[in-house]
Design a binder for this molecule. Sequence first.
Ligand code: BDR
Ligand code: CA
Length: 320
Amino acid sequence: MSAGPAPAPPLPVVVDCDPGVDDAIALLLALASPELRVRGVTAVAGNVGLPEAVRNAGHVLDLAGVPADLPLVAGLAGPIARTARVADEPMHGAGGLGGLRPAVPPRAPAPGHAVDFLARQALADPGELTLLAIGPLSNVAALLVRHPDAAAALRGVVVMGGAARAQGNITPAAEYNFHADPEAARLVLESDLAVRVVGLDVTRAALFPLEAAERLAALPGTAGAAGALLRGFVLRYRARYGTPAVPVHDALAVAALTHPHLLGWERGWATVECAGEFTRGALVTDLRTPERARRTDVALTVDAAAFTALLTERLAGYAG
Ligand code: BDR
Ligand code: CA
C-alpha cells in the first residue's frame, strides 16, 4: 500500500505581537498548530506599553508550557515616526490580559532587540521564515529600514490590520494596528514583501460566540484559562456593542496562515493613509486594476463556522 504524500514540513514563523487578549489567543493557537514551528516571539507597543507587552507574552508562553529557551524579544516602544501613545482600548481589560495576573512572574525576555532577532532568523533560512504580525507594524517596518537584506529573505508577512471595505474600529476609517503606526504600515504594504492582510472585513465576519467560550472555560488547565480569557473578551464586547460574540482578530491571522482556504483572497495594490485628518491609518486598496498589482493579498471573505471550530478544537487540546 502506498504511504501517500509526506505531510508538508511545518512553516517556520516568528509572532510579532502586543498582547492583548486576542494576541494571547493567537499565540496559543500558533503554538498548538502542527502546521507551524514558532521560532520566537517579538513584542511591540500597542494594546499596552512595551514592558507590559513583553510581560504578557511571557505569561502566555508560560501558560502554554513552552520551554524557557524559546526566544521572547522586546522591540519598539512606539511608532516609527510619531509619539508613543498606548491604546486606551478597554476591550482587553486590566493589564491587557483581561485581568489575568498569574502569581508567578513571567519568564524574562532574551537580551537584544527584536528587529535584530528578526533579521538573524530571516537570514538563517532564506526564503523560509514568515512573520505573523498581529500588532502595530513598527518592528516589521524597522526591519525593512535597518536590515533590508534580511527583510528580502523573508518568505512573507501575514498582517492583522486594516479594513478594506468595512468600517474601522478605532476611527470610522481606520483599524487599530494601522492607525497606531500608519507610517510603518505604509512602509510594509509598499515594500516588496509578500504581504497577506487579514483585516476587519474578515475578523468581524468570524465572531467567536459566548457559548463556545463558556465550553472552553469549563475545561481544565490552559484550555480553561484560554476559555476564561475569551469569555471576558466576549462579555466586554457585548457590553459595548450588544453582540454576544467577539472578533478574535489576531487568531484569525494565524488561521489564515495554517488554513488559507478558509478565507477568500484578492490580490492587488494597497497602501495606508498617513496624512488625512479623518482618515489617518485607513487601508487604501485597488483590487481591480491588474496593472497596479503588487504582491498584497487581502482577505475579503471567511468561513466563520470553520474558524470557530478550528480555534475551539486547538484550544481544547490544551486540556491535556
Ligand atoms: C487589532 O487591534 C488590537 O486591539 C487587537 O489585538 C488586534 O491586533 C484589531 O483591530
Ligand atoms: Ca494585537
